[in-house]
Design a binder for this molecule. Structure first.
Ligand SMILES: [Fe+2]
Length: 345
């Protein structure tokens, strides 16, 4: 009766009482109520619908938990080393009045090795890939009253504008574009790549993938995900905040899922297979969406949340979202991480 048992299950409900949490775990064979003392701080990190393991003692019908295990990732010690760089950007929001045209021009000038000191130009010359994690355009009808924030009100014309700005990137650089919630694809995740007629607007060096996607850049495995569920995670887990978006990315890896929480702000399509599970361990996890910037490493995986090219909109002011625009991460796999700032001096 007092022996230790272990259970793995999906969290179906979380209830808080004065001294403990009641966590309901389920699997296809049944369910069990787990009692977790509030002294176990990690309990605050749990969200509904994630899969965890617990150990503890069974008393009556309840399991009194003494340890919680997350699926987590093993350490990525592949030790890749490359002589090229990858630039990570997202949330360009072409078509918005707030799009930072001047700053974008400076960025593409840098990519063309026409800017900065010798070292900076050398780095620019090694950039082989630019990865874009969604929200290419601002879209139409994404939020109430958006038309007031738009310079271009036609979605097709927004992509034409986007394509013309991508023309400024040297053609020897491969650009990979994945969509976000402002783009012209279905909202529910996983999102397919942009439609053919839109893809055709872009120059030949631009490749389109879905959201999320695993992409292989000469042996560097990049998991690119727009990051809509960052909102849900920040709302649910007290430790996480918009100013440190890479900490949320760390949680995705620990929970082995890009949207651990079902039924909140992130719509998920009912597919036969869950494409948001992090099955393979990436070398890089790249997100955007929240318009803030942060990088870090977690168990050997490089994490990057890549800011935006849009200044704060009226709508963002209202919801108290403070963007950190014009930041670009340039990463040489196995080498340095450089943060370039094109906004605000
Ligand atoms: Fe965005």
């Amino acid at each position: 009766n007092s022996e230790n048992i272990s259970v793995i299950g999906m969290i179906s409900s979380i209830r808080e009482s004065k001294n403990c949490y009641f966590i309901e775990l389920e699997d296809p064979t049944g369910r069990i109520t787990c009692v977790v003392s509030k002294t176990m701080k990690v309990v605050e990190e749990l969200v509904c619908d994630e899969v965890i393991g617990v150990t503890g003692k069974l008393r009556g019908r309840n399991l009194f938990v003494d340890r919680i295990y997350f699926p987590d990732i093993p350490s990525n010690d592949k030790k890749i080393k490359k002589d090229f760089a990858i630039a990570f950007i997202s949330d360009t929001h072409f078509g918005s009045r707030e799009f930072l045209k001047k700053e974008w021009k400076v960025f593409t000038k840098w990519l063309n090795c026409e800017l900065g000191n010798k070292k900076s130009r050398e780095l620019a010359s090694t950039v082989k890939y630019v990865v874009v994690a969604g929200d290419i355009v601002d879209g139409v009808g994404v939020y109430p009253g958006q038309e007031r924030d738009l310079e271009v009100v036609d979605i097709y014309e927004q992509y034409e504008l986007a394509a013309s700005f991508f023309e400024e990137i040297p053609s020897k650089i491969k650009v990979i574009i994945s969509p976000g919630n402002h783009d012209a694809v279905r909202q529910a995740e996983p999102q397919p790549a942009l439609p053919k007629e839109i893809q055709e607007l872009f120059p030949k060096n631009v490749h389109h993938v879905g959201n999320p996607s695993y992409i292989d850049l000469d042996g560097v495995k990049v998991l690119v995900y727009h990051g809509r569920s960052i909102d849900d995670m920040v709302m649910k887990i007290p430790r996480l905040k918009y100013e440190e978006p890479h900490k949320v990315l760390e949680e995705f890896l620990r929970k082995r899922h890009l949207c651990p929480l079902y039924g909140a702000r992130t719509p998920i399509a009912p597919e036969r297979e869950d494409y948001l599970v992090i099955e393979d361990i990436p070398d890089v996890l790249h997100c955007g969406h929240v318009h803030t910037y942060g990088t870090g490493f977690y168990r050997g995986v490089f994490l990057v949340n890549s800011s935006t090219w849009q200044e704060q909109t009226e709508f963002q002011k209202k919801i108290n979202l403070n963007p950190m625009p014009g930041n670009v991460t340039v990463y040489v796999p196995g080498g340095e991480v450089v943060r370039l700032r094109f906004y605000g001096g």
